[in-house]
Design a protein around this ligand. Structure first.
Ligand code: DAL
Ligand code: ZN
Length: 430
């Protein structure tokens, strides 16, 4: 058959339609492919952004956990330092805390120097992955570049997810080390509490020091999370030391030989507040005797006879005198006129009683001459009339105390007792 014009037109039309159809089909296919690549790219961007956000959150959480680790590590070392093995029931608990602190430092990557101080490593950089830095992504031009970019983003996403896992795992390890440290702290505090409960405080310690210790021990068992453990241990240790010191002081106070003589403004003070050690004194001092001799001579010239009826009295002799008075009059009454051993001025070697040890002496001419003139020889009448509340003793016109002429004259002219003159008390502590 011969191709006529008509056939040619039909054939050409069919071929044209085919070409257009194939072209259109290809166009549609191409369009679909490109749209798919675009969608995949967009999904990859979203995924990468989410992974980046998650990684940044994990990094922040790790940073916070590390900061907590640093604070807790520092506190744990301070607790170890404040806790002597002697305050623990089991000293190994201290070792356990040290080890937990070291393990925490290691896990948290703290940089420690000689176990003394620690610091955070350079802060973990919370940066975004470079390609994710911007808020928008430039859409790559063609399908292939879109796919390449998508693959690249997916790789980055996978790396970010991996890093998030790594950061979470590290945070979790540090959390575990923190829990172990808390447990070690609890063990140490429980050990201190156990020791505190079984420690026997010295019998003689003052009650308030014993109460303070009991309170410190109780505090060890009832602390709450976040409590200052160093302060609790320190209070406990100090309370124990205070009770022991108090007991030692009580023992010393019971030992008459350990009392310290008291000099106030250079003057030896002996009264109910201030005592002398039992070994103190061996007779009237040379100055006291010489001053008495001068006074007696002048008194004699003025027609008065003075003599020492009681001079130096040792601790032992005062003890038997005082005990005799207590037996006769009872302690309260005896304390008004007789000093307890260790508290009598007679033991100082600077004191004596003149003539009649009786109130009448104060009314007699001899006694009045003494009251008016003793200071000129360095003496004062130590317990004046109506001053019992101040001196601790009733009027003793016969009892003189040597102070030296200057001080005695000053006291005499002031009209004060020695206690008032020096601003001191005269009271027994029990
Ligand atoms: N009579 C005084 C107070 C003394 O015993 O020392
Ligand atoms: Zn006397």
């Amino acid at each position: 058959m011969k191709f006529g014009r008509r056939q040619w037109v039909i054939t050409i039309s069919l071929v044209g339609a085919l070409i257009v159809g194939v072209g259109a089909g290809f166009g549609v296919w191409l369009f679909t492919q490109t749209a798919g690549a675009t969608a995949e790219f967009s999904a990859a961007v979203t995924g990468a952004r989410e992974a980046n956000g998650e990684r940044n959150r994990a990094a922040l959480e790790l940073n916070e956990t590390r900061a907590e680790a640093l604070a807790r590590h520092t506190a744990a070392l301070a607790l170890v330092a404040a806790t002597e093995p002697s305050v623990l029931d089991d000293a190994a608990t201290r070792e356990g805390l040290s080890e937990s602190a070291a393990s925490l430092a290691n896990t948290a990557g703290l940089q420690t120097a000689d176990g003394e101080s620690a610091r955070l490593p350079d802060p973990l950089l919370v940066t975004r992955a470079p390609r994710l830095a911007g808020t928008s992504f430039e859409m790559p031009g063609n399908r292939d570049t879109k796919r390449e970019a998508t693959t690249e983003l997916q790789r980055e996403t996978a790396a970010l997810v991996d890093e998030s896992h790594r950061l979470h795992a590290l945070t979790s390890d540090i959390d575990d080390a923190l829990s172990a440290l808390t447990a070690a702290e609890d063990t140490l505090m429980a050990s201190a509490y156990a020791k505190g409960q079984t420690t026997e405080l010295p019998e003689l310690a003052a009650d308030d020091t014993k109460d303070a210790y009991a309170a410190a021990v109780t505090a060890l068992s009832s602390y709450e999370e976040g409590a200052d453990l160093v302060a609790l241990i320190t209070t406990y240790t100090r309370a124990l030391a205070a009770a022991i010191t108090s007991a030692e002081e009580a023992v010393r106070a019971q030992d008459p030989a350990s009392v310290e003589p008291s000099y106030i403004r250079g003057i030896l003070v002996v009264n109910k507040t201030y005592g002398l050690p039992s070994w103190f004194g061996d007779g009237l001092t040379a100055e006291t005797t010489a001053a008495f001799d001068r006074m007696r001579a002048d008194a004699a010239s003025a027609g008065h006879e003075l003599y020492i009826s009681s001079g130096f009295r040792s601790y032992g002799s005062q003890e038997s005198i005082y005990n005799r008075y207590v037996a006769a009059d009872g302690q309260a009454e005896a304390d008004r006129y007789s000093a307890r051993p260790g508290h009598s001025e007679h033991q100082s070697g600077l004191t004596f009683d003149l003539n009649c040890i009786c109130e009448a002496f104060g009314h007699q001419a001899d006694g009045q001459w003494v009251a008016d003139n003793a200071h000129r020889y360095g003496f004062i009448v130590r317990y004046p009339q109506a001053k019992e509340q101040v001196t601790g003793y009733i009027w003793e016109p016969w009892h003189l105390r040597y102070l030296g002429i200057d001080v005695a004259t000053d006291v005499f002219q002031s009209g004060l007792t020695l206690e008032e003159y020096l601003g001191v008390t005269s009271k027994y502590s029990n």
